[in-house]
Design a protein around this ligand. Structure first.
Ligand SMILES: *[C@@H]1O[C@H](CO)[C@@H](O)[C@H](O)[C@H]1NC(C)=O
Ligand SMILES: *[C@@H]1O[C@H](CO)[C@@H](O)[C@H](O)[C@H]1NC(C)=O
Ligand SMILES: *[C@@H]1O[C@H](CO)[C@@H](O)[C@H](O)[C@H]1NC(C)=O
Ligand SMILES: *[C@@H]1O[C@H](CO)[C@@H](O)[C@H](O)[C@H]1NC(C)=O
Ligand SMILES: *[C@@H]1O[C@H](CO)[C@@H](O)[C@H](O)[C@H]1NC(C)=O
Ligand SMILES: *[C@@H]1O[C@H](CO)[C@@H](O)[C@H](O)[C@H]1NC(C)=O
Ligand SMILES: *[C@@H]1O[C@H](CO)[C@@H](O)[C@H](O)[C@H]1NC(C)=O
Ligand SMILES: *[C@@H]1O[C@H](CO)[C@@H](O)[C@H](O)[C@H]1NC(C)=O
Ligand SMILES: *[C@@H]1O[C@H](CO)[C@@H](O)[C@H](O)[C@H]1NC(C)=O
Ligand SMILES: *[C@@H]1O[C@H](CO)[C@@H](O)[C@H](O)[C@H]1NC(C)=O
Length: 479
């Protein structure tokens, strides 16, 4: 009988896990200017993740689908290298495996940790970023599309290696400078800091001067063992991005009527992969409004993927992006005016949002897309953009005029639906023609008079963007 009950219970669990639970994706992004080797440790008795450690170069990301009801932690390893015998080790966050994969080993302290329990009480995922075992680099967790009262970002984006009190600083000869900041528990091993012995309960273990330094720098992270109230977050049916060295700024992805963006401000997509702001080429006063790959450290505009006013640069830094009275987006400096969007159904309810895909959309409260930047590619195609034949509206991508200046140059890429061909022209003369075969056939999906590059095809291993360079080369870019 006991056996039968066990069988029924496991059948029931199986049915529930097939019908009720949606799998959760983690996207881990390295926004640091250096390489980070993320490590992953699953809790005992839960199914393991498909990987336990890998490398992420600056700007790279990796998406992992978690097993149902997964629980465990993520951290970042820094200053890693392989010695002459092939043994892999890291100055911070090392897991002792001697390899890139941690294979069930956890992180050496001190290290910033992102901790998760998926599908816990009430169907909620619980997560936090913890400095209880010290700090080695900034980490931020941003839920994507979840619900719940406490469904918001967790993390520590400050540079605590700089703010670290001298008695907690960890330095390394291998990596000149402060590499990490210990917790007071680890540095002094005293019960009052570790919340052990006489200090084992929330009522006896209080914040210390050290945990308060952590807390004031990182209000959305655990600073000591009983810091739960302000540090534990929960979401239902969300995916998560975990970024190393994410932004310090409290950025928004939206501009609403009455708001504006001047030449020193930016808005950032919710996943913090794309930014919208003004760009001025080196040795030039021309100002362009652009969408670019956003990184906290760089702030560089090397990877501009879209330009709003290619043919209408503004002459100085007085330009602002704002709304006019009929709800359209305009760039203005008080004298010059460039209208970006031409919609008549706008009005006071429109707002502009930079989506996770890098698409700037003008929308209204009933969520109609009134205008989107994806309909007006410049020199770059991103997943989700369309390349339309002349018959259906003629969209094409056109090269930059020079490496510095994104004004339209000599080369354009078109799609010719009648022949299913891609054509690069140089000042209207054919320069390169290719049928949609080989890798091009893998990327593009033909849909009547246009081709798209479906965003569902986008994975870490795949091509990220398609660009036409100043010399007319058609470039498929990975990361
Ligand atoms: C989640 O991961 C799966 C498997 O890698 C992938 O097919 C899917 O597109 C991902 N979903 C999101 C929202 O990224
Ligand atoms: C875990 O780390 C220890 C050293 O701390 C090492 O001896 C052991 O081999 C590691 N285990 C795995 C599975 O890598
Ligand atoms: C999260 O990713 C899963 C797996 O791909 C997907 O089915 C689900 O729709 C995503 N959820 C949200 C809220 O984006
Ligand atoms: C060590 O890592 C730090 C970031 O934690 C980085 O600034 C530094 O360049 C690295 N040094 C070496 C030698 O890799
Ligand atoms: C979660 O929500 C509750 C109730 O609104 C609140 O008391 C608690 O402080 C919240 N936790 C966090 C981490 O914001
Ligand atoms: C971040 O910005 C939002 C909206 O602008 C605001 O409501 C919130 O209080 C800000 N948070 C912090 C920590 O400044
Ligand atoms: C942009 O606005 C911010 C305040 O929102 C201000 O500090 C900054 O000086 C402004 N920049 C320009 C170029 O006007
Ligand atoms: C910027 O250029 C505009 C002309 O578009 C001019 O009216 C304005 O005075 C200039 N501002 C500065 C600070 O030079
Ligand atoms: C891209 O998606 C289309 C259909 O969605 C598919 O036919 C094609 O094989 C995919 N290409 C890759 C590289 O996954
Ligand atoms: C076009 O110019 C912008 C601004 O200089 C740059 O960021 C972008 O990479 C250029 N495009 C290509 C394909 O080189």
């Amino acid at each position: 009988m006991a056996q039968l009950t066990a069988l029924l219970v496991s059948l029931l669990t199986l049915v529930l896990s097939i019908s009720g639970v949606i799998s959760t994706n983690f996207t881990i992004i390295n926004k640091c200017e250096y390489t980070v080797w993320p490590g992953i440790l699953s809790d005992p008795y839960v199914p393991a993740m498909s990987t336990t450690g890998f490398a992420l170069q600056n700007g790279e990301s990796m998406t992992i689908t978690a097993p149902n009801s997964w629980a465990g932690r993520f951290w970042g390893r820094t200053n890693c290298s392989q010695d002459s015998t092939g043994k892999f080790s890291c100055v911070t966050g090392d897991c002792g495996s001697g390899k890139i994969e941690c294979s069930g080993n956890g992180s050496a302290m001190p290290a910033t940790l992102a901790e998760f329990t998926l599908d816990g009480a009430g169907g909620f995922d619980f997560f936090d970023v913890s400095l209880v075992d010290g700090y080695n680099l900034p980490m931020k967790v941003v839920p994507q599309g979840g619900t719940g009262q406490n469904c918001s970002s967790a993390g520590c984006v400050a540079d605590l290696n700089d703010l670290c009190p001298p008695e907690l600083k960890v330095t390394s000869a291998d990596a000149d400078g402060n590499v990490a900041c210990s917790s007071a528990c680890m540095a002094f091993n005293q019960a009052k800091y570790c919340c052990t012995g006489a200090y084992i309960s929330p009522s006896t273990c209080k914040p210390s001067i050290y945990s308060q330094i952590f807390k004031s720098a990182c209000p959305q992270a655990y600073s000591y063992a009983y810091d739960d109230k302000t540090s534990t977050f929960s979401c239902a049916s969300a995916n998560y991005t975990i970024s190393f060295c994410a932004t310090l700024h409290n950025t928004s992805d939206t501009i609403s009527p009455g708001q504006s963006l001047n030449t020193t401000e930016t808005i950032v997509s919710a996943n913090e992969i794309y930014g919208l702001g003004f760009f001025s080429p080196e040795n030039s006063n021309k100002h362009y409004l652009v969408i670019y790959k956003y990184t906290y450290w760089g702030g560089s505009y090397d990877d501009i993927v879209w330009v709003a006013n290619r043919e209408h640069p503004f002459p100085n830094s007085s330009a602002i992006l704002t709304f006019n009275s009929d709800g359209n987006l305009v760039i203005s400096d008080g004298r010059l005016l460039h209208v970006l969007t031409h919609t008549s159904s706008g009005g006071k309810d429109t707002y502009a949002r930079l989506l996770n895909t890098g698409n700037l959309v003008l929308t209204n409260t009933v969520s109609h897309i009134l205008w989107q930047s994806f309909d007006y590619p410049t020199d770059t195609l991103l997943p989700g953009m369309k390349l339309k034949d002349a018959k259906t509206g003629w969209s094409l991508i056109t090269s930059n005029t020079s490496i510095q200046d994104p004004a339209p140059g000599r080369f354009s890429l078109h799609y010719l639906a009648s022949r299913k061909e891609l054509i690069v022209t140089e000042e209207s003369e054919p320069y390169w023609i290719s049928s949609l075969t080989g890798v091009l056939a893998d990327i593009f999906v033909i849909d009547g008079d246009y081709i798209t590059w479906p965003s569902s095809n986008y994975t870490n291993e795949d091509i990220r963007s398609i660009r036409l360079d100043v010399s007319g080369n058609f470039i498929l870019e990975r990361v």
